[in-house]
Design a protein around this ligand. Structure first.
Ligand code: HEM
Length: 137
């Protein structure tokens, strides 16, 4: 019998998130929520008025980051997550707005509960790295 591979190995996380379609759906939910909910006004205002590219970039990044195809690099080139945020005013409240907005979007997806918990724990790591980098300026 094949052992069940844990999240984080190969493309297990990518598939648990519904593949490319599931990840793009999650990111649309995330940006739609950020736009309409005043709790996320600060981070919404940091984004460009036309956020179509921001949606495409985040969704593509997450595909590769979760072990799927490297769609961000294919289209936009190399990326360092803390570096691309270094010009932004992101401290703990902004980090937490981002994580809360994402967590509420993740909660609405058709993912296994264990994967939802795993994904949010994983996302804390780059979110915290962004905060640290921005506050070091
Ligand atoms: C800590 C809270 C975060 C905030 C407030 C935030 C906010 C933003 C903003 C405002 C932009 C657009 C920048 C611009 O166009 O000038 C952006 C870009 C981006 N963010 Fe975040 N972000 C956060 C965390 C993250 C995390 C954790 C990830 C990945 C897991 C991520 C992935 C990206 C990507 C891929 C881009 C596009 C970068 C580019 O190619 O220019 N962000 N973010």
């Amino acid at each position: 019998m094949n052992p069940v591979k844990p999240y984080g190995t190969g493309d297990v996380s990518f598939l648990a998130a519904g593949g490319r379609q599931g990840i793009f759906r999650l990111v649309d939910n995330f940006f739609d929520r950020m736009e309409r909910d005043p709790r996320f006004e600060t981070i919404w205002s940091l984004h460009p008025d036309d956020n179509a590219v921001s949606r495409d970039k985040l969704a593509r990044f997450l595909c590769g980051w979760l072990g799927g195809p490297k769609l961000y690099t294919e289209k936009y080139g190399a990326i360092g997550i803390p570096r691309v945020h270094a010009h932004l005013a992101i401290a703990t409240p902004e980090r937490d707005q981002w994580l809360t907005c994402m967590s509420e979007s993740v909660a609405e997806q058709d993912f296994d509960e264990a994967f939802k918990t795993y994904l949010m724990a994983q996302l804390f790591v780059p979110a915290e790295a962004v905060r640290r980098r921005c506050e070091a300026q």
